[in-house]
Design a protein around this ligand. Sequence first.
Ligand code: BT5
Length: 324
Amino acid sequence: MESTRTRLIKILSAEKDAYISGQALSEALDISRNAVWKHMKELQKDGYEIEGKPRKGYRILSFPNKLSTNTLQWGLHTKWLGRQTIHRDSTPSTQLVAHQAAREMAEHGTVVIADEQTKGRGRMDRSWYSAKEKGIWMSIILRPGIQPHLAPQLTLMSAVALADALRTHTGTTPLIKWPNDLLLSGKKTAGILTEMQAEQDQIQYVVIGIGLNVNHQEADFSGELSDKATSISLETGKTWSVIGLVQDILTSFEQSYEQYMEYGFPTIKERWEEYGFKIGQEVSVRTLKESWKAEFLGISEDGALLLRSPNGETRQMYSAEIDW
Ligand code: BT5
């Protein structure tokens, strides 16, 4: 059951610019007019800017710049993505919360987001540094009707959606380092982690984890990250609203996902290659058995890495460690 406060915010947000009378609110929420007034005072204390006019009623002028399920909804223009959100002030990892929610049948498009992760994770048990309120640490639950072996394409699709959103929202031009890093000025600003629960030929759900450094300053990165990591703020010299950026990423993600589901991977491939890091350049490739130099040609129609070996042969690789 939603709290009275959440219902009150929902009613006020749905009205956008119009006023709602104290009487209408008291009836809708089944509380006294005095209780409505008290709730308004509480909201103002939490940073909501609320206008109350005699004989007209109340309206919200602005939301606080603090992430919450409510502030995320205000100004979100998606159809289905992020319509259900789970927000945590602090959590070990939004991936864990998302897996749990998905097992409990959370719907397609549910977004889990946290101000801070204490055990953020990358691929292969690597860790992901997720400082409090500095970035976007979120996991998206999807239930795509595709074959499990195609799931890696969702990582590439997500990277394109994220790169598009960063380009339009912040004016930066990210590059995507295969398969899941977003770079600005050659340093990592975002990473994507795709995890899935599937049977042989059917995906139950996929969780796409997105970590994006937004307002970190140089002092926020230490150790190995000091020369490997960057943030949108470091690159643009500005502080960004995490909420506004999340909303634009979700819009971009929803569009890319729909494009992918409708037209398949080729359209994503083209967009990916526009952002591809080191396309046409030499890289070192390591597999379990061998290590060799190759020219990075781009990605194939199904998302594999395309490499030209020194003898001129073109090879497709689905997994390899690349020294860029
Ligand atoms: C990734 O792994 O890049 C995937 C990161 C996914 C993080 C999101 S946040 C929301 C969701 N919840 C989670 O717990 N995870 C997801 P990988 O390619 O394995 O890169 C990991 C490596 O990136 C580390 O070994 C570090 O070298 C580096 N790294 C760690 N934190 C970083 C940061 N904040 N910025 C830049 N680089 C970082």
